[in-house]
Design a protein around this ligand. Structure first.
Ligand code: C5P
Length: 469
């Protein structure tokens, strides 16, 4: 022992170099993804994203709550392998670094260039790469915050269940101490087979294992049943859920979303342009951050966020009933209510049981409307202490100054803690929003943010109010 660190090992040549264009338009190779770095001991070279890699720079639009996580995305030999490209894309869009790994059979179904092109990382397929300094499975396991296998075949599940380490994916799964997320894809008969059931049970005994599907539906052969891979969007959501730090654990939230529909007759109704995206984003982020979430949704085709209890309603009156039920008569069943739904202010005075006919010679009809209850104001006026915290929304069409004035008015009139003020044209139907948080403490202008990020900002404020941090 000399006390000197061992000499740096030479940088490996990347098996899959990528290129960018220089000022003259010539292709110049850039090192991709796995740049070597000595560890503290200098013994084993670790993998690290290359800060100059443009693919990675473009994908750094990350959700800060996943803390720039890294996922080893392992692809096995199934027809569903092509969907792994969408999984990679979804994770990258959320700012996650993706290290692609493929089994030998996966190459029969998906070209590695697809994954290397998307992720900006060389696809790792074997433990036997003489150019790679160190042990590939150990190096990837050290970098990955989760190992995601999508799709996972019956054969791979069997090998995992038996603790085999006969290829890079199984060796990686065996050495990793992080969550192992498995998205199976196979014929329903294979999934139902007693051998697969035994293998699933064996893997279930390990707390790190989480099954993402399979789901019921058509499979490649044309048959249908439980064996279809979960959709890439759901796999991405479940993976982000697992990676997100749970800073809202222990909090119970009720969130409303979407428009309401006020029926005139069985065919016609009054509604508004709310898409529900903001409320669904709030529910998704709150659940991912560990809160227990009840989402009360007006008519919306949006998918239910992972681990969220959804209550579908149609009218303002039905939403009011669902909100009171979720909060309890003494409002003690939730820590916060976030009313992001665009509740119809009015409903037809009468709802007809059959379709209203046009009358001969009639050139105009007068529709009588009646005022709906203001759910938020009702809760605000019933609340005795600071709980539940109340967050309202104010969507207006006027100038920022007027919007602020309306928001401050709502703060007092409805007795709420925070009003999220925004313009209809900046918000309705869009993926982003320009909002201000208005409270008795002042106004915080948040600028234009994706709705998921705005959701995190609103939840940060809520956490500060409820937990003091
Ligand atoms: O008064 P205004 O409709 O602009 O207030 C918007 C806020 O009040 C939103 O948070 C909305 O969900 C809530 N609201 C309600 N019940 C109504 C109308 C609005 O809870 N009938």
């Amino acid at each position: 022992m000399t006390g000197q660190p061992p000499p740096r090992r030479p940088a490996p040549t990347s098996p899959l170099p990528s290129f960018h264009l220089d000022a003259e338009g010539r292709g110049v190779p850039v090192p991709v993804g796995l740049a070597p770095r000595p560890t503290g001991s200098g013994e084993i070279l670790e993998l690290e994203p290359d800060p100059e890699d443009q693919t990675q720079v473009a994908s750094r639009k990350h959700l800060e709550y996943t803390r720039r996580s890294t996922v080893a995305l392992c692809v096995a030999g199934s027809i569903a392998a092509y969907k792994a490209a969408e999984v990679a894309r979804g994770l990258l869009e959320a700012g996650v670094r993706v290290i692609p790994v493929m089994t030998q059979a996966a190459e029969e179904f998906l070209g590695p260039s697809t994954l290397s092109g998307l992720t900006g990382e060389p696809v790792r397929k074997t433990m036997w790469d003489p150019n790679f300094p160190g042990e590939m499975h150990v190096a990837i396991a050290r970098q990955a915050d989760a190992v995601l296998i999508a799709p996972a075949t019956a054969d791979l599940i069997s090998r995992l269940a038996h603790g085999r380490a006969d290829d890079l994916v199984t060796a990686l799964a065996l050495v990793s101490e992080k969550p192992l997320l498995i998205a199976p894809a196979m014929h329903p008969s294979m999934w139902a087979h007693p051998a697969t059931r035994r293998n699933v049970a064996a893997l279930d005994a390990d707390a790190r294992t989480e099954w993402l599907g399979p789901v019921d539906g058509p499979v490649a052969s044309g048959d249908s049943g439980l064996g279809r891979m979960m959709s890439p969007a759901q796999i991405v959501e479940a993976t982000l859920f697992r990676l997100t730090s749970k800073d809202l654990a222990g909090l119970k939230l009720v969130i409303t979303a979407g428009p309401t529909a006020e029926d005139l007759d069985p065919v016609r109704y009054l509604t508004n342009r709310s898409s529900g995206k903001m409320g669904f984003a709030l529910a998704r982020r709150a659940a991912a951050r560990g809160a227990t979430v009840t989402l009360i949704a007006g008519p919306s085709g949006l998918p239910t966020p992972h681990r969220v209890k959804r209550v579908d309603v149609r009218s303002a009156i039905a939403m009011r009933g669902a909100v009171w039920q979720a909060l309890g008569p003494d409002l003690s069943m939730a820590d916060a209510l976030i009313m992001s739904a665009a509740v119809s202010d009015f409903r037809p005075a009468e709802t007809h049981a059959s379709k209203q006919k046009k009358k001969k010679g009639e050139s105009a009809v007068h529709l009588e409307l009646t005022l709906n209850p203001d759910i938020l104001a009702e809760i605000g006026h019933s609340r005795q202490g600071p709980r539940p915290m109340l967050v309202g929304f104010a969507v207006e069409t006027d100038s920022d100054e007027k919007i602020l004035g309306y928001a401050q008015g709502k703060l007092a009139d409805k007795r709420v803690d925070v009003v999220v003020a925004n313009r209809a044209s900046d918000s309705f139907g869009r993926g982003d929003n320009r909002a201000m948080l208005v409270s008795s403490a002042g106004v915080e202008a948040l600028g234009v943010l994706p709705k998921e990020t705005l959701a995190d900002r609103i939840l940060d404020r809520m956490r500060l109010n409820l937990l003091g941090k």
